[in-house]
Design a protein around this ligand. Structure first.
Ligand code: CTP
Length: 140
């Protein structure tokens, strides 16, 4: 469809849920992934990711559905990265529909409206996640 799609995330232990998500994002246009830095993940989750920023970035760049990967430079304030990308749409998994995504990202609906940016949820893939994979490994 030729839109610029912004999505943010950690994408640790890249898995089939991530692939499904990114494939659906790519149906709308060029997908720019704003990737959380190791420092922000440590601060936000209290522990570092399994894969470093460079490792997570390398895998995302090799994914056919991703156009480019940028660092989520603002951390909890994603507006810095969004203003660099100037997307038409921000897409996230529907797991976020039950949480306060606006608070998480540091913007308001008014802020999006002023910039003509749409916000879209797409269905979350059940049964797989980074957390689930860590559990499976721990149970081995
Ligand atoms: N996502 C998805 N389906 C999954 C896992 C992730 O659609 N099974 C989406 C999320 O909604 C988000 C993006 O992929 O928009 C990046 O997710 P991320 O938080 O990095 O991965 P998770 O596997 O959800 O990680 P965690 O278990 O640590 O929350």
């Amino acid at each position: 469809m030729g839109l610029i799609v912004y999505t943010g995330g950690t994408f640790d232990l890249f898995h089939a849920g991530h692939v499904n998500f990114l494939e659906r994002c790519a149906q709308f246009g060029d997908v720019i992934v704003s990737l959380n830095t190791d420092e922000f993940i440590q601060e936000y989750k209290g522990k570092p990711p399994i894969m470093t920023y460079e490792e997570r970035k390398a895998v995302l760049q090799a994914c056919t559905w991703v156009s480019s990967v940028i660092p989520n430079v603002g951390g909890a304030d994603s507006t810095t990265a969004i203003e660099l990308v100037e997307p038409d749409v921000i897409i996230i998994g529907s797991d976020w529909a039950k949480k306060n995504y606006y608070k998480q990202m540091g913007f308001t609906q008014e802020w999006l409206d002023e910039r003509d940016i749409a916000l879209m949820y797409i269905p979350y893939t059940q049964g797989i996640s980074t957390t689930e994979l860590k559990k499976r490994i721990a149970e081995r």
